[in-house]
Each structure stands twice: as structure tokens, then as C-alpha cells.
Write a protein that binds this ligand. Structure first.
Ligand code: ATP
Ligand code: MG
Length: 418
């Protein structure tokens, strides 16, 4: 039997990966403009890191992690998300020693054992950014502005920004208690997971995708009405800065996020175009995470976007590059000249294609069309003797007689389109 990939693990083929590169390059450009530098951390960490950061009573830790014991009897886990590893590295290398303000971004594969469907896979890819060392709401607004700008630069009007505040260790217990007593009366309507977690992590019910839970939580107390003065002020100031920078947003007081480390500002970029996979990017503030992982008390805020979902939003827009010139040859004798020209032009930085197998002229031209070559030229005996050929610009058929020398062709290919 032919071998196939593991379920939920995808191959990214060239046309698709051209779209991915567009996403990655845009992210690099926008993030670096905001002063973020790339960090590359391992795809595997000690299991304990994720239990301690993401939280025991979350979907990720309870059922989605790729955890196994290695040959040295250590429990290791393929990272289900990026923040934990980045913060582990931040602490391990004391990146805060000179300046607690660090701006880091990452991109790469993440792993979660989920039911595969469109926009949801077991190996998927995230691009994320983290900003540490700033409590000021200005940081929140800047991160949100950067994320919004990214989506604009990539040419998408969807998704749109939703924000919320989850409060802090001072005010969240009161909210949790209010929500717990609200849920207590509706336990019968909740799914088994939410029922079980209603005591330890009642907020999860607000994020549960089971329809019964969504219904049972209609009219649930709002976290925004339980914020302490500090958190309320923080949230108001974030909104103020978003308005100052003209960043459109709406408030979603039911947004809780599937990771326990979030405090205060949380946000999602959501779209109606991907069915129930509506979150394209998500993140928030995590002021307690770094100290929880054994580092100093440094606040942080960050987000991660799902590359597969961003790519789905780009649809089948074509970002692949095409050859500058296709050289067709009539006979074996001309192939030497064509090969020399191709070689020289490749060395000059142009993308050149020619036929490998001495196919008919018609099939060579078909290939030039299919590859969407910018120019094509046919080299026959007359061209070899005359030392020049007619180069056809493929989009409008315009012809230019040009010397069959590397310099001559470079000149032609370098002139900007008329
Ligand atoms: P969802 O609610 O769709 O399960 P999530 O809350 O689990 O998303 P996060 O952990 O916040 O997602 O991850 C950030 C982003 O990563 C998501 O907004 C989504 O775009 C992407 N993502 C998460 N899980 C997957 C997956 N299994 N396959 C593809 N993309 C994913
Ligand atoms: Mg999820």
C-alpha cells in the first residue's frame, strides 16, 4: 500500500507555499517595522512547561497535546502554541537583563490532537509576536495596531478585531464566583467538559463550541462589569488609543480564550468566512506568566495567527513567481546557444526556462504560456546566423528585435513594462 501522511498533517505544495511566503514576508516586514526581532525556539519542550503555563483545565492540556515519553524516560510535548516556549527562552537566556522591554516574533509549526477539518489540523502553523516589560495600555494598543496593519498590508478586509478584558488576580475571583453561581443553576444544560470544569474553570463555558453551552450561558454575568478600578482604567485607555490610531474594533465581553495565562486585554481577529473556525488570530496580555514560569515579575502581551486560516482567506490568489523568459529552440544545433544564454541570464539574476527534451515548437510555446513567462523567444538557424531574434512580450504580443547576447537580453528584460 502507498504511504500517506499522518492524519491532520498536511503537505504545503508550491502554489500554496507561495501564498504562505506572502503571509510570512508581510509579517516579517510589518513586525520588524515595529521593532520586533525573530526568535526561533524548539518545536518540542518538557511537558511541564505547557501544563504550568497554559493551565491544566484547558482543552489544550486536557486533550490536545502530543505528549510522549522519549528514550530517556522524559515526558516531552510537541508545542501546541508558541508563547510558552518563547517565554521559557526569554527567562532561560535572561533576555530581560539589560532591558525588560523585549519585542519578539516567531513563526512555525504547532501541534494539537484535534479533529481535522477545514481550517483545523493537527500540525498547523502560527506566526506570533510577544512584547514584554510594559504594563502601559499603549503597548496593548500598539500590538493591536500592528496586527490590524498586517491584515491590511496583506490585502484582507476580513477579519475584524474584537477585544475584551479578563481582569486580573484581584478582580477575577469575584467574577469567577459570580459566573460559577450563574452556571450552578444551569449545570444540566452544560456539556460534560463544562460541567466538570464549572468549579475549577467556569470561564471555559463561555468559549465552549457545544450549542447547549452557548445557550446556557446567554445572560451570564459580564466580566467587564466585574473589573477592578485598575483593570477598568486599563481597558478604557486601550480603547482610547485604538480610537486615536483609527483602529476599528468591537467589544466582545464573552471572549475568554483557551489558555489560562491571560490577564486584562484579550482579543481575537474574527471572520465569518471560515465557518466555526472563526478566529484567525488571537492573543492577550499575560502579566503573570513570566513569574509563574520562574522568571522575574515582568508583564507581557502577544498574539498568534493561524497561517492556514489566513491562507484560506486569501483564497486562490496566485503569488507564485513566473519566468522572465522562455527560450524555445527549433533544433539540436541551436540548443548550445540557448543553453549558454540561459546560463548567463540565470547568473544575472533572471528566471529563465527552456525546453529539456527537444519537443515540438508548439508544445514548447504551450509550456511558455502555462508557466506564464513574461517573454518568449524562438531560436532557429536564421537567428543563430543573424545574431538576433524577435522577443515576444507574452501579455500583449509586442515584439522586439534583440541581439542574442546576454547583455542584449538583460537590457530588454530590465526595461520596465510600457
Ligand atoms: P479555536 O477556537 O478555533 O480552536 P484557539 O482558541 O484554540 O482557536 P489559539 O490557541 O488562540 O486558538 O491559537 C491562535 C490561532 O491559531 C487561532 O486563532 C487559529 O487561527 C490558529 N489555530 C488554532 N488551532 C488550530 C488548528 N488546530 N488548526 C489550524 N489553526 C489553528
Ligand atoms: Mg482550539
Amino acid at each position: 500500500m502507498a504511504l500517506t501522511a499522518v492524519k491532520g498533517f498536511n503537505d504545503i505544495l508550491p502554489e500554496e507555499s507561495a501564498r504562505w511566503r506572502h503571509i510570512e514576508q508581510t509579517a516579517r516586514r510589518v513586525f520588524e517595522q515595529y521593532g520586533f526581532g525573530e526568535i526561533r525556539v524548539p518545536v518540542m519542550e518538557k511537558t511541564e512547561l505547557f501544563c504550568r503555563s497554559i493551565g491544566d483545565a484547558t482543552d489544550i492540556v486536557e486533550k490536545e497535546m502530543y505528549t510522549f515519553v522519549d528514550k530517556g524516560e522524559n515526558s516531552v510535548t510537541l508545542r501546541p502554541e508558541g508563547t510558552a516556549g518563547v517565554m521559557r527562552a526569554f527567562i532561560e537566556h535572561k533576555l530581560y537583563a539589560q532591558d525588560p522591554v523585549a519585542r519578539l516574533y516567531y513563526m512555525g509549526p504547532m501541534f494539537r490532537y484535534e479533529r481535522p477539518q477545514k481550517g483545523r489540523y493537527r500540525q498547523f502553523h502560527q506566526i506570533g509576536a510577544e512584547l514584554t516589560g510594559v504594563t502601559d495600555p499603549l503597548a496593548d494598543a500598539q500590538v493591536l495596531h500592528m496586527l490590524t496593519l498586517f491584515f491590511r498590508e496583506i490585502g484582507l478586509s476580513e477579519p475584524t478585531l474584537q477585544i475584551n478584558s479578563l481582569g486580573c488576580p484581584d478582580c477575577r475571583p469575584a467574577y469567577r464566583a459570580a459566573l460559577r453561581s450563574f452556571l450552578e443553576e444551569r449545570l444540566g444544560q452544560l456539556c460534560d467538559d463544562c460541567k466538570r470544569r464549572s468549579d475549577t474553570n467556569p470561564l471555559r463555558a463561555l468559549d465552549c463550541k457545544v450549542p447547549g453551552c452557548a445557550e446556557a450561558t446567554i445572560g451570564a454575568p459580564s466580566v467587564l462589569e466585574h473589573l477592578c478600578t485598575g483593570c477598568h482604567e486599563h481597558f478604557t485607555t486601550v480603547r482610547h488609543y485604538l480610537e486615536l490610531s483609527g483602529t476599528p474594533y468591537s467589544i466582545n465581553s464573552r471572549m475568554v480564550r483557551g489558555l489560562d495565562y491571560y490577564t486584562r486585554t484579550t482579543f481575537e481577529m474574527v471572520t465569518g468566512l471560515l465557518g466555526s473556525q472563526s478566529a484567525v488570530a488571537a492573543g492577550g496580555r499575560y502579566d503573570g506568566l513570566i513569574s509563574q514560569l520562574g522568571g522575574p515579575a515582568i508583564p507581557g502581551i502577544g498574539f498568534a495567527m493561524g497561517v492556514e486560516r489566513v491562507a484560506l482567506l486569501l483564497g486562490n490568489q496566485d503569488f507564485s513567481t513566473s519566468p522572465d523568459l522562455f527560450i524555445a529552440t527549433m533544433g539540436q544545433g541551436e540548443r548550445d546557444l540557448a543553453f549558454r544564454l540561459m546560463d548567463g541570464l540565470l547568473k544575472s539574476g533572471f528566471r529563465i526556462e527552456m525546453d529539456y527534451e527537444g519537443k515540438s515548437l508548439k508544445s514548447q510555446m504551450r509550456r511558455a504560456d502555462k508557466l506564464k513567462a513574461r517573454y518568449s523567444v524562438v531560436i532557429g538557424e536564421n537567428e543563430v546566423t543573424g545574431g538576433s531574434a524577435s522577443f515576444k512580450r507574452m501579455n500583449d504580443g509586442a515584439k522586439t528585435e534583440t541581439a542574442l547576447t546576454v547583455d542584449g537580453i538583460v537590457l530588454l528584460l530590465s526595461t520596465t513594462e510600457l
